[in-house]
Ligand binder design. Sequence first.
Ligand code: ADP
Length: 506
Amino acid sequence: MSPPLSDHPPIAAEDQLSALLDAAVDAMVLIDDHGKVQRFNHAAERIFGFRADEVVGRNVSMLMPQPYRREHDAYLERYHRTAEPRIIGIGREVVAQRKDGSTFPIDLSVGEFRTASGRGYVGILRDISDRKRQEEQLRQSSEELRLIVEHAPTAIVITDLHGHVFNANRACCELFGYSVEQLRHSRHSDLLHPEDREIALPHFSRLRLEGGSCECELRYVKADGSIMHALHYAAAATDADGRPLMLIGEIIDRSALYEAMREADDLRTRLAHVGRIGTLGEMVSGIAHEVNQPLTAIANYSSACRRMMLAGQVNPGEVLAILEKIANQAERAGQVIRGLRTLAKRGDSQRQMLDINQLVRDVVRLVEFELRTSGRRLELQLAGSLLPVLADGVQIQQVVLNLIRNAMEAMAEAEAAGPVTIETSESEPGWVTIQVSDRGPGLPPEVARRLFEPFFTTKRQGMGLGLSICKSIAAAHGGELSYSLNEWRGATFALLLPAAPEEDEA
Ligand code: ADP
């Protein structure tokens, strides 16, 4: 059976080849064994800027810049001699030259073919200028980024999700005293102070799992063994789906600041102590009297007992009642002395859970004599229940004592009547307030402005240190001491302290 006849006449092989070459997206250049161009397709015309008739019949080296142009014939010749391909059948990135002399990068693959008329080669070329440009931009921006990180003034450490350091910049190496290789062989936790590893762990675990960022104060150990107090900012770098890839940490050395804060704290503690001793000095005669009273009472009760015994009128019930009174008086004297010793003691600031109402009652006991002799009254308005406060009890007593004594002095000077009111409350959630209000003259604006300045006083014998010490004690506890004019046109001083954070149940 004969094959079905096509409607169209058969296409000549030559035409088929031309159509094929011109339809190709990539540039195709066919050369003969001597390097003469046989075919130059449309895509080649487009990328080189030559028309095919300007190239066909000429040496293909015209499409290359020097030194390749010069070397191409020798290259072909060597291939004929040795049959060792350098590019044929392999392909590589080379540089090509356009008609206008400009050069551009191409991906070139070369194949060899044989026809009846001899051997030839086909070159398939793709202009990769755009890809190269993008690669260069990427290279430049990653180089810029590398330079920024490397020369950043703050220490930067980059860790993988297992905490292994895989990069650290120059500032980080200088800060720790390790080389970058040494850092790269360590884990972030190796650099931490052993006691702070537990603190850091939950923060970093969360970043590794969930991403985000965190900030924590941590201690590190440097290469020379010294301890560094640092602020560590860490952030997780994530992929497009938000999955953490690595952690970037910025470590800021705060040792100097920490040392300055410690010194300031030490100074404040000492200044507070001096302030207390000064106040106690002023109160000493009153306090001596306060202690003398129970002692006198004890002496009187003892004499009464003695008399009863000498007279042979020993009634066990009566003696017991007198002994109980003696014990009460001794306890009262003991309380005053304990209060005094607490205030006079010198030591590091020590924070503990405080019941502010109890603290106010303890202070009141110390000023009782001054109250009695001046004929003044204290009115206590203590909240039914108060959140505990984590504070240095001695220092807070000192503030309250100063405020009460200032209030009494202001009222004495103005010969004002009425009580000094001490009120405790939770003025706002999470805060405990102690307010001391008097019915004195209040403060003129110029005094109110300078009230908390050290050495500011309007009193002849005043040191002007009380309120400035009180203010710094408040600040050191994360609280505040403020003044306002009250409804009796007197002064109200409010000490605001943060309630202690609630203990975790777990
Ligand atoms: P000092 O009592 O040694 O003067 P303070 O720092 O305690 O030092 O007080 C500074 C000044 O503030 C006092 O001299 C006084 O003028 C003013 N001041 C303090 N408390 C009151 C008050 N309750 N009423 C009026 N003025 C006051």
